[in-house]
Design a protein around this ligand. Sequence first.
Ligand SMILES: [Zn+2]
Ligand SMILES: [Zn+2]
Length: 339
Amino acid sequence: MPELRQNFMTKEWVVIATERAKRPDQMAVKRPAKPSVSFSPNCPFCPGHEAQTPPEIMRLRNGNGSDWKARVVPNKFAALSPECKPERKIRRSLRVLAGFGVHDVIVETTDHSLAMALMPDAHVADILRIYKMRHDALSLDPRIAQVTIFKNYGMDAGTSLEHPHSQLIATPVISHQVRERFQEALRHYDDFGCCIFCQTIEEELQEQVRVVLESEHFVAIQLFASPSPFFTHIYPRRHMASFGDISANEIADLGRVLRTLLAKIYYGLENPDFNFTIRTAPSECVGVRYFHWYLSIIPRLTRTAGFELGSGMFINTVIPEEAADFLRNVKVDTAVGVS
Ligand SMILES: [Zn+2]
Ligand SMILES: [Zn+2]
């Protein structure tokens, strides 16, 4: 029978449409080819084209110091600008803030077509280390309220540039959606005296039906009320509200876990487009006991349609427990690609 399931954090309902459910392997269909050349003469992120980007913010050097492994540059077409002051203007019921913000692009590798799923674990850990450095630096700026780190992979995930990259946008306001999640998490903490995420992780580890993989420091699961097929969360086992609190050992471990999951999705589902994002405490909530940061991976296997837009509820045609079982069984190599 179809089932309505409630998301533990947003309290939103999801329809798990068992009557028209697809087997997980039916989501693996042939897709348009992604780039397969390691260098593109027209790409601003390829080596030798460094002058085509705005002045570099930082770079990760190769061992010999002569070359780079990854770079951070301001987005040339930034959504927000660090040049203005975040002053609020309120006119009758209208509220406006100058478009202050920081918009970074993290160029993940020199190779034009090396998908993160195929990078060595240590290189993915390097990218995560860059995220943390930029997250920490920007979180100290009193003008910045929220730092959002994300990756768009493929056209359906909203990217226009092929070269492997991720982005960071720091904003002077906290979104309503993030506020709501925090309020729900705080309510749970007040009612039950524990972090709702710590509780969920413990329950998922006991049940084991939606766990995809476990490592020393992280747990990856399919959400019980998963809004779309193969929606995956990676949680740190240790309670931490902010991504900025991650330790060096945990970053190395997360590099392994994230790369392995992306490889399972890459091989198991025929290299689909996806987004991932790190959901972390805004600067003003660092250290709270009621929120727990996590990384969310959303493969773009279906499209949002009228019901979702009109109701805010999603229909998922892949049963999360079956998606977890499918991903657990996709075997991937431990280390591939070159750094
Ligand atoms: Zn390139
Ligand atoms: Zn927790």
